[in-house]
Design a protein around this ligand. Structure first.
Ligand code: CA
Length: 227
């Protein structure tokens, strides 16, 4: 499997290239937009990982060029935390996924594998569901049983992560790195408090309860098996 990375931040680019190469992928790294677009158009890749802000042509320009050339390879954007507009724009332009910087490599690898499995299918998961819970990622809206639920930015990010990884027990360390800029050693009380608040909004008044604590491991969002 061949992956193209376009990233001008030297450290991030090298880290990505090394990690993905070690994971068994054939990786090309371009550090400028124009080189990235050239690679994307002249070589055959199974996936492109694009930074948004790049010298020359930015990530949007590369994506537009790829799609204009009729290439359907999946594209993942690396975007700055809280750059919600970037994410919306990316998905509207035909990106398949995005990952917030800074990210844990394990998370990136999981997303890469999912995208490669899905192939060049357009993203259909801009609205995420579990039971009657619905999260509209593009419009930043949450509802359950048709009732609108107001979430803070962090609660939204947390719920989005849980929904995207439905059925998987997510360790606190992963949640910390994805939703907060915290590393493994940080105080996980912040996460517990946020999960409690999120549950109060999306679970307490509804059936079935979707968010579950797995003692000593983390949290999982899943629909309980039917009796
Ligand atoms: Ca950049």
């Amino acid at each position: 499997m061949r992956i193209l990375i376009v990233e001008d931040e030297r450290k991030t680019g090298d880290y990505l290239k090394q990690g993905l190469t070690e994971a068994g992928f054939q990786v090309d790294l371009a550090r400028e937009g124009i080189d990235g677009l050239h690679f994307a158009l002249t070589e055959d890749y199974d996936l492109a990982i694009l930074d948004v802000m790049l010298p020359g042509i930015d990530g949007w320009g590369i994506l537009a060029g790829i799609r204009r050339a009729g290439k359907h390879l999946p594209v993942m954007f690396l975007t700055a935390r809280d750059a919600v507009d970037d994410r919306v724009k990316g998905l509207e332009l035909g990106a398949d996924d995005y990952l917030l910087k800074p990210f844990a490599f394990a998370e990136l690898l999981a997303r890469v594998r999912t995208l490669l499995r899905r192939g060049g299918q357009p993203a259909t998961d801009t609205t995420l569901h579990a039971a009657d819970l619905e999260l509209d990622v593009l419009r930043r809206r949450a509802s359950r049983g048709g009732k609108r639920i107001d979430l803070t930015a962090k609660e939204f990010a947390l719920l989005e992560l849980l929904l995207r990884r439905q059925g998987e027990v997510l360790p606190r360390s992963l949640i910390a790195s994805q939703v907060w800029d915290m590393n493994f050693d940080s105080d996980t009380n912040v996460i517990e408090v946020a999960v409690r608040r999120l549950r109060a909004k999306v679970d307490d008044d509804f059936q079935p309860h979707l968010i579950r604590t797995v003692r000593g491991m983390g949290y999982v969002l899943e629909q309980p098996a039917c009796d």
